[in-house]
Design a protein around this ligand. Sequence first.
Ligand code: NAP
Length: 243
Amino acid sequence: MMETVLITGAARRLGRLIAEDLAKDGCHVWVHYLTHEEEARQLCLEIRKNGGQADRVRADLADIDQIDRMLADIQNSEHGCLTALINNASVFPRGTIRQTAPDAWDRTMNINLKAVWYLSSRFAELFPTAGQIITIGDAGTGNLMPGHAVYALSKHALKFLTEQMAEAFAPAIRVNLLSPGLVLRGEGEPEEIWKKRREKSLLNNDAIADSVLDGIRFLMKNPGITGSELIVDNGSRFGTKLK
Ligand SMILES: NC(=O)c1ccc[n+]([C@@H]2O[C@H](COP(=O)([O-])OP(=O)(O)OC[C@H]3O[C@@H](n4cnc5c(N)ncnc54)[C@H](OP(=O)(O)O)[C@@H]3O)[C@@H](O)[C@H]2O)c1
């Protein structure tokens, strides 16, 4: 069966790589974006030029009404029957737990955690025979990540949310968490610091992005896995303490 996959935050960076990879594998991809409309448009054009299938859709995931509108737009379109959801969109604010303002707490939790719950739940309701949900976590949140405290909290909670949703949506829908580590340099992060952080990983595998994409393919194809976390991080969680 051809998969029809909604990938959130897919206009650029890791989400874009996931969209390109799944399109190459023959999936119809829905490229969700918020601010990077032109990148999303170009990505869909490129995928189609290479023989694949792609559409784009916009929503602010911090706003539940916009999530509902996005799903209605998808449902009312030609390729409206989703078979998979990849929750990739996220915000990565800086700040220790002492520095975090209530607004930053709300925004981070809304996008990184509440939107994953709400979008996944609506997906399960609207497409009850759909195959699966994969959420992108973060292997680093096995540590405290004190410089990104609320981000770490939100991502840490995804493991429990994944287990709860796996139980609630079974047997029709499998729900898993893929937790990468140090895949792409943070925007504005100096190359030197990025290199130093990468050097602390246990493995010297430069093709970590490809390993993440392999991990997604593995989870998508394996009918026996639900409620699990797959960590694909070069072992960086053992050596890195992100400050
Ligand atoms: N990069 C890494 O090395 C790394 C390591 C570990 C885990 N991860 C996880 O992997 C995923 C992708 O990482 P990344 O670095 O590629 O992510 P990113 O660039 O920080 O963000 C991905 C996308 O999220 C979207 N987004 C943010 N706020 C949104 C909102 N309110 N509504 C809708 N979309 C919103 C943005 O879309 P627009 O650009 O269209 O606004 C953005 O392009 C994230 O879940 C991240 O936590 C990444």
